[in-house]
Design a protein around this ligand. Sequence first.
Ligand code: GLU
Length: 490
Amino acid sequence: MTDSVRVRFAPSPTGHLHVGGARTALFNWLFAKGAGGTYVLRIEDTDIARSTAESERAVLEDLAWLGLSWDEGPDVGGERGPYRQSERLDIYREHADRLVEEGKAFRCYCTDEELDGKRKRARAEERVPQYDGTCRNLTAEDEEALRREGRVPSVRLYGPTDDVTVSDLVRGDVEFGKEMMGDFIIMRSDGRPTYNFAVVVDDALMEITHVIRAEDHLPNTMRQIMVYEALGYDPPVFAHVSLIVDKDRSKLSKRRGATSVAEFREEGILPGALVNYLALLGWSHPEGRDVLARGELVESFSLERVSPSAAAFDEDKLLWINSHHIREEPLDTVVGLARPLVEAAGYDEPDDARFRGIVELVREGIDRLTDLPREIAFFYDGRYEVEEDARGPLSGDGAAALFGALAARLEGDDGPLEADGFTAILKGVGKEQGRKGRDLYMPVRAALTGRTHGPSLGSIAALLGRERVIARLFRAAAAVARPPGGNQSA
Ligand code: GLU
């Protein structure tokens, strides 16, 4: 055994990465990073009917987008691979054969139909359906005869003789009565391992020290402990994290909206914000802080602060955290995420510095990245409409004179328009026109952006540039002069 922490995330590639899986991946990752340990990614694809290469790709992509990179895994390799269960079938077979040789497991020749029939009978008689031990004590001759009938055996582990205790870091000791378990299958007749068997073989050979996963795996853990015992391997430390539920405490469902990482990405959630929010689903910061950068999460995360009670998913809190991350994460990160999004919305901004400036300005007022196309529209001619409440300030008394005077002043100068310079000029013109405060700013804001609210007017003017500002002022002035009912469009 190694001394250092080794944890794993073991998704089954049968669909998208959902919040529950992402939270499990994150807790393992945070624990590994905090302990200077190793984070292993293992693909549990023995369910051939449901596993797809496409889903594996999507899960890996989602993990990478969340920034939960792995040290060992199917694509990066490592010393304890292969990291796809479908490539480890020989290893499981060898382990199962060993258990049979050592008398800890036996071959079972019962067919699916026979077992099905017995299960139905048990249910009809209101008994708990459990394997009845038909093949428990077969002799070599019995087995030979059954084989000649064309039967292909599965392998079953002998059920427990004592109760099983799962020692769990989050939940304490959890007892399972021995009557809860019969002799259970570890290898199917088609040569594939069952989940509980493959997981133990893998966790043992991959030298996993801590298994952190959701609470619904507890009954599996009971079986897995038996497999550890039979194989003579030390079990890891277990930490079963509570389930994520809806606000009304019911199972988290599609009804409430997004539940997969891909959907959150499409809804404009930042990876850093989703990671931050997921960390708070079942764990809390020692000082009760809610907005945390990745590095702060790594520093403060501990399994001791993982709660045994269910965590309720709260979309409003996610958005609140997201708005903080949009404002507080490095501008480069936000700009990098924003680019493809606004390009997909049809914006083509060849000037990187201008785009950075625009994002820096509007990120203050949004709670999803997907708000960006709407919020940056007024920086682009022909992309925005004049909003209803901006029509009043645009057509008020003296508005046209104000726009004309300001445009004339701006035309008199040249060179780049600076935010402070613009504000100074605006104030000067305001003085001449006998306007100040709202009376001065509101019409000009409406003329430049078609809106009555938004980021600082000086910064907006600087990013629009002298020519565009002048053109918009003239257009606004001309629109006032039009007969009532005339439509000013941007
Ligand atoms: N493949 C299992 C799942 O996706 C992994 C469970 C475990 O962590 O052992 O639920």
